[in-house]
Write a protein of this length. Structure first.
Lengths: 258, 326
């Protein structure tokens, strides 16, 4: 079982390293977002309350979340096609439990997402964020949980869909709004109550908050207002929940409902 | 010893549509068994059930005595499956693909390396082992995929239209590779196809139509039931021609689409008499050795249509019809 998970994991890594466009795309696009949005709102952004935070700095943890989301999408969207006419056809009739397939693919995608996020973390000092060891550990923990959740979510969606076009639709209607409303873009404090509750109901909100808290430790992170235990706890529950959903999804018989 | 594959009263419905409708047959160990049928005949559904991807609505299927619903793990260990689309990763090399799939089926270490080398040799891929799959031709990719399906020495190999998209040369090479495999490893092979040429290579063939078995037996025996020759008459009003043949010549004929098929001992002589009597009825006539196509037509009353792939049949049928000049 471990050998199978390792083989699936290694395949993800090998493919990623061979595909330069993916290697660069998953990092450059969020970087571009960061610079453009950061500079665009530079003069107008105002944190609620008295805290002074520049927009490049505010956006920074959210861009980490965006990198995780994009890498997760890129590494799971191929599942749509591979299940129907690629290597996954054979994996499904191989004498291995389906759970193994989920764990192998999701661990591969998670590793890639975390690696990209860590590269981006090297830029933190540019916006004056220099977390210590504890802070970094918190950031890494939050990043791993979020990467795991996004990859398992992407995998679950890809498994149920028959076309990559369908995946793009889900991405636009569900995954990107999830990011917009995660507190990555704007803090929950300054928005109308209805929207604030939507943000609180969004599991990604707690992941972004945990990354933000880690980056500012031991100081208080701007615009979070929740204990670290709560944000990390919800992130952990979310990751476990989506992973369980992914396992449940692949264990259902294929085609039966069509 | 249980049969390699046993299918009992197998049924499957997608909503109202009955894809399989009480299918029963057995494949013996060592056989090369063909599943012939038009698209929509039920081959794909049968494969999905036998490969444990979905349970049947009714009836059962068993591989070497292992039920596909209650013992899926045992079934998967005994099965090698080659799909219509190769289950290979185009970005990985041939060897990487085989290694990866070997681990998936529980192999490892020197055993896997030895098996990989052996299969690369059998399928003439040794010198391309280090190349990425995306650089291979369709025929080579197909052979690599066949090697992939055979890594764990499955007792039963399922091939789902394995020559789709291959040119005639690549097709011949694939069949030659399958022949070597049978000789060397004694693998039982079940191949789904809509190509007559491929079905006629099999020891036995099951002809499926709309989820039912319409014929089962050795290809030569099935075609022999139609006599040495069949006479095909095309007519503007085939039904009228058929009744005329019956009433005035005492000939049994079958209506197949816009054509009439006549089983006759001496087809050219019958044709001469019919044409002399009713020149206006007959627009074209063909006398030929019966094919499995004709068996299908005789049993179902419909021509064997494969939809978009019809061209394939025309291109590869080695049994050329003998047109009779009028």
């Amino acid at each position: 079982m471990i050998a199978v998970i390792h083989a699936l994991w290694r395949r993800e890594i090998t493919k990623f390293l061979r595909d330069r466009s993916r290697l660069i795309g998953a990092l450059l696009q969020p970087l571009g977002f960061w610079v453009l949005l950061g500079l665009g709102f530079y003069g107008t952004f105002q944190m609620p309350g008295a805290t002074e935070v520049g927009y490049l700095e505010y956006l920074y943890p959210g861009i980490i979340a965006l990198i995780l989301l994009f890498t997760a999408i890129f590494s799971t969207i191929s599942v749509v096609q591979e299940r129907q006419e690629g290597f996954l056809q054979a994996a499904l009739v191989a004498p291995v439990p389906r759970t193994t397939i989920v764990l192998g693919l999701v661990s591969g995608g998670t590793t890639l997402a975390v690696a990209e996020a860590v590269l981006f973390l090297l830029l933190a000092p540019l916006v004056g964020l220099t977390p210590g060891v504890v802070g970094l550990l918190v950031v890494i923990a939050a990043v791993v949980l979020m990467a795991l959740a996004f990859t398992a979510l992407g995998f679950t969606i890809a498994w149920r869909l028959d076309t990559t076009r369908g995946f793009h639709a889900v991405m636009n209607l569900f995954l990107l709004p999830m990011w917009f409303l995660s507190g990555a873009f704007f803090p929950a404090d300054g928005v109308p109550a209805v929207l604030r509750w939507v943000m609180y109901a969004n599991p990604a909100f707690y992941g972004v908050a945990a990354i933000r808290q880690g980056l500012y430790l031991p100081a208080e992170a701007p615009g979070v207002g929740l204990p670290l235990a709560a944000t990390l706890g919800v992130s952990l529950a979310f990751a476990i929940g989506v992973l369980a959903l992914a396992v449940w999804t692949v264990r259902r018989p294929l085609f039966a409902s069509t | 010893m249980p049969p390699a594959l046993s299918v009992r009263e197998l049924a499957y419905a997608y909503g109202e549509h009955r894809a399989l409708d009480g299918l029963t047959f057995e494949v013996q160990t060592g056989e090369l068994f063909g599943l012939l049928g038009p698209n929509g005949g039920g081959k794909t559904t049968l494969f999905r059930i036998v490969t444990t991807l979905m349970p049947p609505s009714a009836g059962s299927a068993a591989v070497l005595g292992h039920d596909t619903t209650t013992e899926p793990e045992a079934v998967r260990r005994s099965l090698g499956v080659v799909f219509q689309q190769p289950a290979l990763d185009a970005e990985l090399t041939v060897r990487e693909n085989l290694r990866f799939h070997g681990i998936l089926v529980g192999l490892g270490g020197t055993e896997l390396n030895a098996r990989t080398d052996a299969l690369l040799g059998v399928f003439g891929l040794s010198d391309r082992a280090g190349d990425r799959v995306k650089t291979l031709s369709g025929g080579l990719t197909r052979r690599a995929d066949l090697a992939r399906g055979l890594l764990h020495r499955p007792a039963l190999l399922l091939l789902d239209e394995p020559t789709t998209g291959l040119d005639p040369t690549a097709r011949r090479e694939l069949w030659a590779a399958l022949a070597r495999l049978r000789r060397d490893e004694g693998t039982t092979i079940v191949v789904a196809t809509h190509l007559m040429e491929e079905a006629e290579r099999c020891d036995r063939v099951a002809i499926l139509d709309r989820g039912r078995l319409v014929a089962l037996g050795e290809p030569a025996a099935l075609t022999a039931e139609l006599g040495d020759e069949t006479l095909w008459l095309e007519s503007k009003d085939a039904a009228a021609l058929a009744s005329v043949l019956h009433d005035q010549f005492g000939l049994d004929s079958r209506l197949v689409g816009s054509a009439v098929m006549v089983e006759a001992e001496d087809a050219p002589a019958v044709l001469a008499r019919v044409y002399a009597a009713f020149p206006e009825h007959v627009t074209s006539a063909t006398v030929r050795r019966p094919t499995l196509d004709d068996v299908f037509a005789a049993r179902t009353g419909r021509a064997f249509e494969v939809g978009a792939s019809k061209l394939d049949v025309a291109q590869t049928s080695h049994l050329e019809p003998h047109p009779v000049t009028r």
